[in-house]
Design a binder for this molecule. Structure first.
Ligand code: HEM
Length: 446
């Protein structure tokens, strides 16, 4: 090697720390240490504890904000021009299709990562030992994510958008007392039209981002304030190794971010965001389905009176809100499923849901006809109150069976019930998406 080449190698590989470089490094480190403590317990770095789901949700939300701002430069929120502005973006704007694809798929991914993060937090008892408030903030964040998706769904103004929102908002009018008023406020009138597009756009690009930024910041701050992420309670004499955030935690986060961005980019290249024909309010598609993450609710509507189909998820969400107060046993924090027994209860809950839900869906489709069985009862009772009360009784029975016959403590029995509910919800969503054809009849997917 000549002296000349070796000088170049030196210059490239060992760039001296200039003042600028060290200042930038200091700023970056400072930013990282605002988000993280300087040291973290080594077990908290175990990938299989959090699966990085909170961080990946935050990254996906950031991608959404960046791509969303880019889309705003070309999108036109009027029913005459919204669809063509999207078409223009897809075909005429450099990287337009890519940016739209990234926005579309990141939005779908965020629903999944935030939902899985919630399941992780529940299963490891991440809401215990003073973390109850952050659990509530998390639930609100999940609601915000769904609201983002719901309002964004309408913006392309194609058949998919128009009818999914028409179906979705029609659910609102079943909410007692305030339902119709809320629906009219959101739609800007009795049906989906120009006022709806304007309202949804304003909510999507102005109201929700501000709320998301505020509550996400609070969420992160609270994780730090609560002493970092949950960990099992250890013996006072047990010494836990603590590693510096930089580089140990940061290198894991960067690796996860790189994998996510690469996978998303490849996905977006091969699977473009859908765009159907221009919205036609006089020609509903058959079946007219809500967005995929609301298909579980739409499926429930096929089996119960709308009031019951709204009340049941309402009661379950209320139960989720109360979880930190329902499970007050703190000594099992930081352990997946709480204990061996909790794991068994989760397995039983999952098996029961897998066995019960398909049977009930098929039975209701083929044989069960509640109004015919109780012809003198009003349908609100025969298809509403009756199935609602039976479902709630079944949920209580499942909990009591776990307690009495499974010999589970309240915390472990709740894990079994939680898994039963989550698996049931996922199954209803799968049935709604894949197994419902024309007129929402049960079909085998082809
Ligand atoms: C936009 C959505 C969300 C983002 C960006 C987010 C982000 C995060 C991050 C980065 C953490 C640190 C640890 C980890 O990665 O797991 C965390 C922890 C936590 N999150 Fe979330 N989160 C979101 C939604 C939720 C939801 C839906 C819930 C529950 C209903 C929730 C409840 C919590 C709780 C209680 C903790 C502390 C957990 C522990 O100490 O183990 N978050 N979140």
């Amino acid at each position: 090697m000549t002296e000349n080449t070796s000088n170049w190698r030196q210059k490239i590989l060992y760039k001296p720390e200039t003042d600028d470089r060290s200042r930038m490094r200091a700023v970056a480190n400072n930013l990282i240490l605002h988000l993280h403590p300087t040291k973290v317990p080594a077990p908290a770095l175990r990938w299989t504890y959090t699966w990085g789901l909170g961080g990946l949700s935050a990254l996906t939300a950031t991608l959404l904000v960046i791509t969303g701002i880019l889309l705003m430069f070309r999108y036109d929120a009027s029913i005459e021009r919204a669809y063509t502005s999207i078409q223009y973006m897809e075909t005429q704007v450099l990287f337009g299709s890519f940016v739209r694809g990234l926005h579309h798929w990141s939005a779908n991914l965020l629903v999944i990562t935030a939902f899985l993060h919630m399941i992780r937090v529940f299963l490891t008892g991440g809401f215990k030992l003073g973390r109850g408030n952050n659990w509530l903030v998390g639930l609100f964040l999940l609601a915000l994510v769904l609201a983002f998706n719901f309002t964004g769904y309408l913006l392309p103004w194609d058949q998919l958008a128009f009818w999914a929102i028409t179906v979705g908002t029609s659910l609102l009018s079943y909410v007692p007392v305030v339902g119709t008023a809320v629906s009219n406020f959101l739609l800007g009138g009795p049906e989906v039209g120009q006022a709806t597009l304007r309202n949804f756009y304003a909510i999507h690009v102005a109201v929700l981002p501000v709320l998301l930024a505020l509550f996400m910041s609070y969420h992160f701050w609270k994780v730090r304030k609560d002493g970092g992420i949950s960990q099992p309670i250890r013996d006072k004499n047990e010494r836990v190794e603590r590693l510096t955030t930089i580089p140990h935690l940061v290198q894991i986060e960067f690796a996860a971010a790189a994998v996510l961005i690469t996978a998303l980019t490849l996905w977006v290249i091969f699977v473009p965001a859908p765009l159907e024909a221009l919205a036609d309010p006089s020609h509903p598609p058959n079946p007219a389905k809500a967005a995929w993450y609301f298909m579980g609710l739409q499926e429930l509507l096929l089996h119960m009176h709308p009031l019951a189909a709204m009340a049941l998820p309402g009661i379950i969400v209320a139960g989720f809100i109360l979880i930190p107060w329902l499970d007050k046993q703190d000594d099992n924090i930081g352990l997946y499923f709480r204990s061996r027994k909790g794991k068994q209860m989760a397995l039983v809950g999952a098996i029961w849901a897998l066995a019960l839900i398909p049977v009930l869906v098929i039975a209701d489709e083929l044989w069960l006809d509640l109004p015919a069985m109780f012809p003198t009862w009003p349908t609100l009772i025969s298809t509403g109150l009756l199935p609602l009360l039976l479902t709630l009784a079944a949920l209580i029975a499942i909990y009591l069976i776990f307690r009495e016959f499974g010999h589970a403590n309240p915390s472990e029995a709740l894990v079994g019930l939680f898994i039963f509910l989550i698996v049931s919800f996922i199954l209803l969503t799968i049935v709604g998406i894949f197994f419902r054809g024309a007129n929402m009849a049960l079909v085998w997917p082809v």
